[in-house]
Structure formats: C-alpha cells, structure tokens
Design a protein around this ligand. Sequence first.
Ligand code: DAK
Length: 257
Amino acid sequence: MKHILLEIKGAVGTLTIDRQDALNALNFEVLKELSETLDSLDFNRVNCLIIRGAGTRAFVSGADIAEMKNFSVEEGHNFSVLGNNVFTKLDSLPIPTIAAVCGYALGGGCELSMACDIRLASESAVFSQPEMGLGIIPGFGGTQRLAVLVGVGRAKELLYTGRRISASEALNIGLVNAVYPTEIIFEEAEKMAQRIAKNSPTAMRAVKKAVNKTYFSDLHTNVEANLFASCFETEEQRAAMEAFIERTIAKKEKEKK
Ligand code: DAK
C-alpha cells in the first residue's frame, strides 16, 4: 500500500492515512487502498480500530480538490459510489472505531471522523464542512451524520457557512468526545482502544448495531451521491475549485520570492 499503513498491537488496529504532501487528502487511490485495508481486517484478531492521519498537521484535509476539479458528472458519480462504499464499510465494521483527529479534519475528513464511532481530538484540531464554498455538497454522509451528532440547526449552520470550528467548540457541540494536547492525542486514543478491545466482541457488535440501526439507518441511500454528482454540471463548482488551486499556486510562488 502506498498511502495506508495498518499496525496491530494486541487487539487494537491503527490505520494511518499517509499522504502528507496533500495533507492526507482523499483521492481515488487513497479510497481504494482504504477499502482494501478494511476488507483485510481479521476480526478474530482486531477488536477495536483507530483511524488517524500521518503527521500532526492534518487528520484528512478532505476529498482531493485537484483531482475533483475536472470531474465529469460520471466521474463525480463514480467517486461518490467508491467513497460511499468505503464509508459504508467503515460504518458497518463489526468492531468499535475511534478517529484520532490531529490538525485539519475538513470536508471528507470531517465526514471520515464522523463515520467512526468515537472522535478524540487534539487541541490543534480544526473541523469544517467547507463544500459550499467549492460549489459542491458533502457526499460521504456528512449532511446526515452531522445533524445526528450536533442537532439539525447547528448542522445546517455549519453546512451553509462552511465555518471552521476549533476542537473546544467541537467538544461543546458534541462533535467530539474529548480533547487532548497534541503530544498525547495518539497515546490517549491507544489507551481508550486497548480498554475497549478487552470487551466481548459479540456484546460490542450488538451495541454498535443497536445504536446505528436507530440513528444511522437511513444513511445508505443515494440521495447525497446523486445530488453531489449534479453539482459537477455547474460553472460554480469548476470556478470555486479552480480558485482553490490558483490560491495554492500563488501562495507557493509568493513563498519562493
Ligand atoms: N485537496 C487537494 N490538495 C490539498 C487539499 C485538498 N483537500 N488540502 C490541502 N491540499 C494540498 C495543497 O494544495 C498543498 O499542496 P502543494 O501546493 O504543496 O502541492 C498542500 O496540501 C499543503 O496545503 P496548503 O499549502 O494549503 O497548507 P496550509 O497550511 O496553508 O492550509 C488548509 C491548509 C487545509 C487550510 C488548506 O490547504 C485548505 O483549505 N485545503 C482545502 C480544504 C478543503 O476545502 N477541504 C474540503 C474539500 S471538499 C462526496 C464525497 C466527499 C466530498 C464530497 C462529496 N461524495 C461521495 C458525493 C467531500 C468534499 C471535500 O472534502
């Protein structure tokens, strides 16, 4: 695997997304590797999974804007189907999952953290669903999971504005379970995972199923996917993504001078 690392300690697996030059952004390749890694998990051995980003700057900075920029409607749909399959797979794992969020968790990154059962954040963590500003909508279950976690009113505000929120605000509104200093976030996630992993796999599977069936049972629809694909017919999407790329290039050139 080029971008995914899976380490197993006792009954705890840690899956690291490592694409640091793009702040761990999710492109087709990362999503495919993520999917294969989830398929490879042996649940006789792994009883809790931590998901994290490599380094401390980002958990995941979102879907890859450079790749998405020129998607046709069909490519947008294919990306959406692949992404939704991966997120559904993650959501339905028969073991508890913990997102250890250090740094940026934006767009698809925030959604990835929400597809985990528990979110632990570093003090430096930043959450946002900035898709509106890119002329698209969240497509990995973000519109639905955010509303369940923080309430419909707050979710709509965050989705409409794309406002970035700090770890402490995320804690206040119930988006994350706990906040730790950056230096100990991964250690704390490991501690919690090791504690959880001691429990009966059957009982934990049952708890997860009961909660998810009640709160997240309508997620596996194509609503978001179709609405997401339709955004790629618009000029707004193309212009907004182009502007992001141009801003990054301009910043690089300024730094060089
Ligand atoms: N995609 C591609 N490259 C990215 C990226 C991203 N999301 N985020 C960062 N990068 C790249 C930058 O382009 C830069 O690359 P180089 O120029 O060095 O080659 C490198 O990472 C470092 O970034 P910066 O130089 O910008 O670093 P800064 O510290 O200055 O800023 C930042 C960090 C995270 C604030 C900034 O990079 C940023 O604003 N990034 C974009 C964040 C964002 O808007 N994310 C949301 C993307 S949209 C769906 C599924 C999913 C989605 C939608 C639908 N369906 C299935 C239907 C999700 C959409 C999204 O996630």
